[in-house]
Design a protein around this ligand. Structure first.
Ligand SMILES: [Mn+2]
Length: 274
């Protein structure tokens, strides 16, 4: 199935949506491989009109590419495949929204964007710092993804917000890592991002776990939905070229309730970058 509001083919679309349901390194509650299709189902419950941005999805040409079927499951091989797929789509100057899958997918996606766009900065909304060099012997996984991205774009181009699960040394590893909040610190630094192309990685566990407990590694003390959409209003002033929405792991509870929340966030993202 496709998003009901995906009204364009690949050629005429401005924004592409691609599912990458990879969850092979998920160490806690795996299942985010089911997220892309569930968010498509959850979208049946949302309006195309956003009262937050006062815009409508019908104003955008959107193509739903379906889900990327990866051939190889070993992280090193998966990375190569995803990097190439994203590079191919970027050639047509499209904006891309990727639905994960676990956060690991952001690494090869950012590599592709970095090769295509000069001057790329990465903004991550997340509960976790993900700055470990390796996790249980694995270099490429959801717990090391920000470290791998930092190596690609440099620490001056990596901004992390909403973090509340980290080791003591993380604040030194990335001077642009901000604890707990998203809106206030984003407002402080946003002027330094004005001349850059922005890739936004939205790990849904940035939200408080009372709002969205169905994530692989839930953490209490997170932000509200309103803080998230208000932060999107700030981001409206930046040039966002790609977004991912990751870590929705729908196997617990009634997944459709949360799939519809994820679809609502997707709508805000599409309108944000249009
Ligand atoms: Mn996280």
């Amino acid at each position: 199935m496709s998003f009901y509001f995906a009204n364009a083919n690949l050629k005429e679309a401005n924004i592409l949506i691609l599912g990458i349901g990879y969850d092979k390194t998920s160490s806690f509650i795996s299942g985010s491989r089911f997220a892309p299709n569930l968010i498509r189902e959850g979208a049946e419950n949302i309006e195309t009109y956003s009262p937050y941005q006062r815009r409508d999805l019908t104003e955008i040409k959107i193509c739903d590419l379906g889900n990327f079927i990866f051939q190889k499951e070993k992280p090193e091989d998966f990375i190569k495949e995803v990097r190439q797929v994203i590079k191919d789509y970027l050639k047509d100057k499209k904006k891309i929204v990727i639905l994960g899958g676990e956060h690991t997918i952001t690494y090869p996606i950012v590599m592709a964007f970095q090769e295509y766009y000069k001057n790329l900065a990465v903004i991550i909304f997340d509960a976790h710092s993900d700055l470990r060099d390796d996790f249980m012997g694995e270099k490429i996984c959801h717990a090391t993804v920000a470290k791998r991205i930092l190596e690609v774009v440099g620490k001056e181009n990596l901004y992390q917000f909403g973090i509340r699960s980290l080791t003591k040394d993380c604040l030194k590893k990335n001077p642009n890592l901000f604890l707990f909040e998203v809106f206030k610190p984003l407002k402080k630094v946003i002027s330094s991002l004005k001349n850059k192309k922005i890739y936004l990685s939205l790990d849904l566990d940035v939200l408080d776990m009372s709002l969205l407990p169905v994530v692989q590694t839930p953490v209490p003390g997170g932000i509200s939905f309103l803080e998230l959409v208000t932060s999107f209003k700030l981001l409206k002033n930046l040039e966002i070229v790609g977004v991912d929405i990751v870590e929705f792991s729908p196997l617990l509870n009634n997944p459709l309730t949360y799939a519809s929340l994820c679809a609502e966030i997707l709508r805000e993202v599409l309108l944000l970058i249009k």
